[in-house]
Design a protein around this ligand. Structure first.
Ligand code: SD4
Length: 326
């Protein structure tokens, strides 16, 4: 059972839970929407707690919000319990783990990698694409070659013991059907704001378990899994990438905020739009959005119950249950 599912189970019992590695004890809170605290880091799911902690620590050390959102999700990329992020993630149908990641700054700079193999920190590779190439996105073998050229270590292509067991089990039926709230929806999307109001975001995933070889989700697609604009705010997404790409989810939320919606209203409208465009399969589709605006207000909304997110400030680092449409 994933940490997140364990948490959901335990939170139903109404207990406050301490997660190792998170310095502040936290209490379960109802979704708090108006905040205005800066700096502020939001990230998807319960692995967002240690990720936020890493991000806030980095922000304190370097003062850079893009350093912070990179460092935060690197923590998750190394989390052996997470089967949806990093090289320990569940493989595709061929038994190969391929990774997607993106990073964006509020000034419009962005970089991403898709369908990349053997790189432990795709988020750092995405950042290298942003900072060292004239491009936004590199995919597949080209991304891996760029990693080699940039001196990234290339890892052996072996599945983790957990992923091996899960893959062997899956091969017995070889069926893929996206189901809500199962372990293959644990991507980390992180959006953050520094004390001066500057924004950045990051998103990293191994994508859907047992996807077709070559499948790319929303996470590395700027505007789908992540979008950041210092003039307005930032948004990120988790869940079934195909449903999020269909509505350019993160870009949609930022544009709705630009037109005056609050982050919460914008996330809710994006979920409504997603449902409208994915009607046929909606009972099996989970997707969740997170947003902040430049005033530091936050929003979160999902298709189905079960989505949660971590909110970190210098005062607290807490897990919050998102509201949902159904
Ligand atoms: C994808 N959006 O590749 C990712 C999966 C995900 O939580 O978010 N899982 O479709």
């Amino acid at each position: 059972m994933s940490q997140r599912r364990k948490f959901i189970k335990q939170s139903l019992l109404g207990s406050a839970i301490f997660i190792p590695g998170v310095s502040q004890a936290f209490t379960q809170k109802k979704q708090g929407l108006v905040n205005g605290e800066k700096p502020l880091i939001l990230s998807t799911w319960n692995h967002g707690l240690p990720a936020n902690e890493a991000a806030l620590k980095k922000l304190q050390e370097s003062g850079s919000i893009v350093d912070a959102v990179e460092a935060g999700v690197k923590d998750t990329e190394l989390d052996l319990d997470n089967l949806s992020v990093g090289l320990q993630g569940l493989p595709d149908r061929e038994g190969i783990t391929t990774l997607d990641a993106s990073i964006m700054k509020g000034d419009g700079s962005c970089g991403s990698v898709a369908f990349v193999r053997q790189v432990k920190h795709p988020i750092s590779l995405a950042r290298a694409v942003m900072e060292k190439t004239p491009h936004v996105m590199l995919a597949g073998e080209g991304a891996r070659q760029f990693a080699i050229a940039e001196g990234f270590p290339i890892e052996k292509e072996i599945l983790s013991p957990k992923a091996t067991r899960a893959y062997e089990e899956w091969k017995k039926t070889s069926q893929y059907k996206p189901v809500i709230n199962i372990e293959n929806h644990d991507t980390i999307g992180m959006i953050g704001m520094d004390a001066s109001g500057k924004l950045a975001g990051s998103c990293t995933t191994s994508g859907l378990a047992y996807k077709m070889h070559g499948r790319v989700g929303d996470s590395p697609i700027i505007g789908a899994g992540l979008y950041v604009d210092d003039e307005v705010g930032a948004a990120t997404a988790t869940g079934l990438g195909e449903s999020i790409i269909r509505i350019c989810g993160s870009f949609l939320i930022v544009e709705l905020m630009r037109q005056g919606r609050t982050p919460q209203e914008a996330c809710e409208e994006a979920v409504r739009r997603l449902i409208a465009k994915n009607k046929k399969d909606i009972k099996d589709i989970q997707a969740g959005f997170l947003a902040i605006n430049k005033e530091g207000q936050i929003g979160a909304y999902a298709v189905h119950p079960g989505f949660n997110f971590a909110k970190g400030t210098t005062q607290e680092n807490i897990l919050i249950d998102s509201k949902s449409h159904y």
